[in-house]
Design a protein around this ligand. Sequence first.
Ligand SMILES: [Zn+2]
Length: 404
Amino acid sequence: MERGASLMTEFLRHSGGAAVIDGGLATELERHGADLNDPLWSAKCLLTSPHLIRARKAVCFCISLGQQICSELNAKENIKMYMDHYVWMVSDPLSVVVHLDYLEAGADIIITASYQATIQGFETRGFSREESEALLKKSVEVALEARDIYYERCSKSSSSAVGDDKILKRRPILVAASVGSYGAYLADGSEYRIEGIMFFLFCCVPFSSGIYGDAITLKVLKDFHRRRVQVLAESGADLIAFETVPNKIEAQAYVEILDEENISIPAWFSFNSKDGINVVSGDSILEFASIAESCKKVVAVGINCTPPRFIHGLISSLSKVTTKPILIYPNSGESYDPDKKEWVQNTGVSDDDFVSYVNKWIEIGASLVGGCCRTTPDTIRAIYRTLSNNRLLQPCSNLVDLKE
Ligand SMILES: [Zn+2]
């Protein structure tokens, strides 16, 4: 077996058969005071990146009009804004802190903030190809830095036991480089209120139906994703997380890129569902899973950003058609009101309810469990505790040992 292909098997063995994925970024960034409506948050970055100022003015203009809807900006401008916010985010030490929060909550895998970061998007923003690729790598560097700091904290900690609320326990930790779909890149944000922009930058729903139309061929998708995948594969990440894959054609594009470019790190595929039966575009899970199954470099397959109530059924369906480890990281189940253009409060499940499902998900075949949009370190900590009660936690110093 190729070393890359065995990464997940070995990782899960060392993690006692089940592992914890991190949770949503946006809520956590906000908790730490990252507020796009506050110009101070990004001021430092603006000073060093004067070419961002124009877009910033557009944002301020919107805010000054009072909850002005972004539809006044065209799609191209909105893609530029997303890219600017990404630059601010990865340039801010806060992003390291957010990854650290998840590690200290018990996450064994942290996912980079590159979901919507694309070379094409950066170039639209006026960055050179070289700068764009560096910005893409930056999201991985931030996560790797957080992992280093975490290991350092673990060595300094007097005990590997679980503290009051911080879990400082040396264990294998993987950094997964996020790749969002073509639909995520297209998302022009025009449907969302300005205060939602930053949130949606780090969020996967409800962007795309996954139905691209005839013009978006396999070749178009491969051309779109190819360089980004190559750059992330060489960034120091342990694997690539193809997230919220909306249809079989995009899954096929990823598989072909992994093989054609001889990508040196493995990948996982996760899809989202809006009906609990099919992939979001309506493609069947069977077809989706068989594409993932055809590629040795795909080391896990599963579901993300889907309400918890659908997960049980989807795992059952998936487990019949895949031999690969199954991963799940649902969203909080909250619903999004397209008229009001905001999340509807209290429509999701509580952390307690979310976690009450976890054992059942593991029982029927999931091996990796985490959270997607609107979940927090509290959710992840609760998942960690639930899994810790069940799994055999084997001592393993770090990923270097794991890889050897
Ligand atoms: Zn999500």
